[in-house]
Ligand binder design. Sequence first.
Ligand code: GDP
Length: 423
Amino acid sequence: MPTTCVVGILWGDEGKGKVIDYLAAEADFVVRYGGGHNAGHTLILPSGKLVLHLIPSGIVHPHTRNVIGNGVVVDPLHLCTEIDTLRARGLAVEPGGNLLISERAHVILDAHRRQDHWAEGVRRGGRLGTTGRGIGPAYSDRCSRIGLRLGDLLRPDHLRRAVQGLAEQKNAWFAPVGLEPIDVEAAVAQLLAAGDRLRAGIVDCGAVLRRAHAQGQRILLEGAQGCLLDLEHGTYPFVTSSHASTGGAFSGTGLPPHAMRVVGIAKAYATRVGEGPFPTELREATGDRLREAGREYGSTTGRPRRCGWFDTVAVRYAGAVSGAGELVLTNLDVLRGFAPLRLAVAYRLADGTRTTEFPAFDLDAAVPEFEDLPGFTEDVREVRRFDDLPPAARAYVQAIERHTGLPIRTISVGPGRDQIILR
Ligand code: GDP
């Protein structure tokens, strides 16, 4: 396995957790490169369901080292809680052993969470639908060069000065808008305590990964969210505040951009949680049926996901931006009983022009043009060979390949680890 990057192709929740869990069985390192604990990867293990928010999915494999890269923003208190939760489930989680955290990763403070909630309430042009966990404000402070890094937690004098500096900047405007100011001493005490617990794991992860890569070790990069939520390439402003697409895999780890295989994960239909344009959204009964059939509720927030038809325009664009060489198609089982199966193959824009390019503006006015295909009624959850799928399901997969230009070699037909078809 060369260094492999797994990216969500649309707006997240594509089932990356399951695919990464599957690939992690062969990996020496599993690495998160962006986002924070707003992500939620669901694994269905023999012992039951496990949702991971910050810790990479390789944690369930005893031989795998898990890395939280420098592109991730880390709430140290949440990280300690997640470690405790996993340990309570019987998993070994050892900072410095099977868990490494980049000393360059930025810190999310309580103050960032308060700021996030406040900003969501007053945002110009309406809510973004963030998870309110302080991710965006922590990234903003990183850009403003006033953020704290995990390595600061191991340097008490430096940490106190850094928190003081941050508090001076933030408290100046927190108080006037009614936000609780930062209590420097309380924040420092909390951060030092978390730093003590994580100490052995806070290292120069870029150096560790570059060495591992040079030695031919198997590295799996775990994308969070999806390409169309990427700060640069997504449906701005309804995007996340990190580089969720493949570009973030380089800047967010310190690994060089060569010799990387990119695997794009897409559901057999489309979903989006929160606000923002979604051309193939089904706003009527079929959308509700799809939501129930696919149990489309957020794994972090429980929010109902918006559901719609597969969009080959969006997937082709995201595939190109991410450099994906192939697609893994998940949730094919969910489409049982839906007919026809519709694929968006072009958009009609507000001015009447037809396009197969994904537009940067006015996406909410784009009307998809569909190709309709026959549905299938058979249960495919126990199918393990492509040739054993119903002809309509095979034709549907092949139509997606044709319209996106991406080969599909792996198809997931259920949440379980073994519910997978390899072609
Ligand atoms: P992620 O954020 O991309 O990892 O996606 P999530 O884990 O939030 O959501 C995927 C959901 O779909 C989880 O509940 C998975 O257990 C489930 N899942 C993954 N693959 C399949 C599949 O092929 N079929 C079905 N029915 N569910 C799946």
